[in-house]
Ligand binder design. Structure first.
Ligand code: PMP
Length: 432
């Protein structure tokens, strides 16, 4: 496969953009590639690079593209919205429509605010929790990623994990001290922390972690978090930036039947356009300015184009419940085929999945937390990534990320995926 143009663009990019990319995982550095693929366009389940190569996309913009790229009905509303103007700095009726749509799907959300990214949503949710409880500290879980605001860049997943710096420079010691971390799923440690520490404003969790690879959460763990936070007057935040509208219309709240105090959303609710949101109990949300004195704002918050794309995407998902069923069925089939190939080639690998999210971990035993995920093989993952790419399949360029399936991935796409996977597993077997 000729990717010379990507190589040339990367050389140029590095002169003006740090690392040549605007988000670290995109650099393909962690899978030991000299340069990433530069994308020129996308359609349905496919990406096309600057050299004109076609790929089956298993990243889906890290989640938003549940209907594939440029789904015709979404594209149509976006075009017509753009003709009406693209940003006003004043409210629009559509923001109310999106708020109501989201509320219908998430009973935990009585009021909601839109942002421009998931990072802003989690940052605001943390600030709000502090104001509501009049406490200072937050508890997060090792390997969970909640965007790049200062308080949440402690033992974080995603790109931080990928580049082996789970914390970031440039954050004061005082901020870091206020963020307590615990291993995901460790009932005992978490109980002790919450009982000993009187100053915890909130517990923030990815109810199904997808930023250390996908972790299959137990309902008991989330129920335990719900109970213990309720008793301690601590706000429970479900960060559903990935899982919201992805694993079901009502996200993990619906799947597990648990109502957190606040929920953060992003990705799918903007149908592939920049967006984020946080919402929850009225009594907490009404602390936000101009009702209360917790400041949250944004020039592009509730941008009309993003909102229109979000309304359309959610409406399609809502009117076609078979989409989630189909996605679940196809992912189950896919995972079962991957597991058969793991056995056939005797590869030390295991798959975690939830609805249309999955991760292949190169280790024999079940992966349940960050420590397990770190212990998986970098070398085997690099062979897997390389071989898939050579065969026209783009999978996440990090062993700590999820693959995302869209509704428009076809039988032919899956067949190509298995074909490439057999080649990858053959190579891995020969490397053992
Ligand atoms: N929370 C979670 C669970 C995420 O996965 C992400 C990004 N992948 C964020 C928050 C931050 O969202 P954004 O990249 O839009 O700032």
């Amino acid at each position: 496969m000729n990717t010379n143009k990507s190589k040339e663009i990367f050389e140029e990019a590095k002169k003006s953009i740090p690392g040549g990319v605007n988000s670290p995982v995109r650099a393909f550095q962690s899978v030991k590639k000299d340069y990433p693929i530069f994308i020129e366009s996308a359609k349905g389940s496919k990406l096309f690079d600057e050299d004109g190569n076609e790929y089956i996309d298993m990243i889906g913009s890290w989640g938003p593209m549940i209907l594939g790229h440029n789904y015709p009905e979404v594209l149509e509303v976006v075009k017509s919205e753009m003709e009406k103007g693209t940003s006003f700095g004043l409210p629009t009726k559509k923001e109310v429509v999106l708020a109501e749509l989201v509320k219908e799907c998430f009973p935990a959300i009585e009021k909601i605010r839109l942002t421009t990214s998931g990072t802003e949503a989690t940052m605001a949710a943390v600030r709000l929790s502090r104001a509501f409880t009049k406490k200072n500290k937050i508890l997060k879980f090792e390997g969970c990623y909640h965007g790049h605001s200062d308080s949440l860049l402690v033992k974080a997943g995603s790109g931080l994990l990928t580049f082996e710096h789970q914390d970031s420079n440039g954050i004061t010691e005082a901020v870091t001290r206020d963020t307590i971390t615990a291993p995901f799923g460790d009932f005992e440690k978490i109980k002790k922390i919450i009982e000993d520490e009187k100053d915890i404003a909130c517990v923030i969790v990815e109810p199904i972690p997808a930023n250390m690879g996908v972790i299959e959460t137990s309902k008991e763990f989330l129920e335990f978090l719900r109970e213990i936070t309720r008793k301690k007057n601590t706000v429970l935040i479900f960060d559903e930036v990935i899982t919201g509208f992805r694993i079901s219309l009502g996200g993990a709240c619906e799947v597990f039947g648990i109502q957190p105090d606040l929920v953060t959303l992003g990705k799918i609710i903007g149908g592939g356009y920049p967006v984020g949101a946080f919402g929850g109990k009225k009594e907490i949300m009404d602390l936000i300015s101009p009702v209360g004195n917790v400041y949250h704002a944004g020039t592009l918050s509730g941008n009309p184009v993003s909102v229109a794309a979000g309304i359309k995407t959610i409406s399609i998902l809502k009117e076609n419940p078979e989409i989630y069923k189909t996605l679940e069925k196809r992912t189950k089939e896919l995972v079962s085929k991957i597991e058969n190939l793991i056995q056939k080639y005797e590869i030390p690998a295991t798959v975690n999945y939830v609805n249309s999210l999955f991760t292949i971990f190169f280790a024999k035993d079940k992966i349940e937390n960050l420590e397990d995920a770190i212990d998986t093989s970098d070398e085997m993952f690099a062979i897997y990534f390389d071989t898939m790419l050579e065969n026209g399949i783009i999978v996440p360029p990090s062993k700590y990320e999820a693959h995302f399936i869209s509704y428009v991935h076809s039988d032919e796409d899956y067949e190509k995926f298995y074909f490439a996977l057999e080649k990858a597993f053959e190579k891995i077997k020969n490397s053992l």
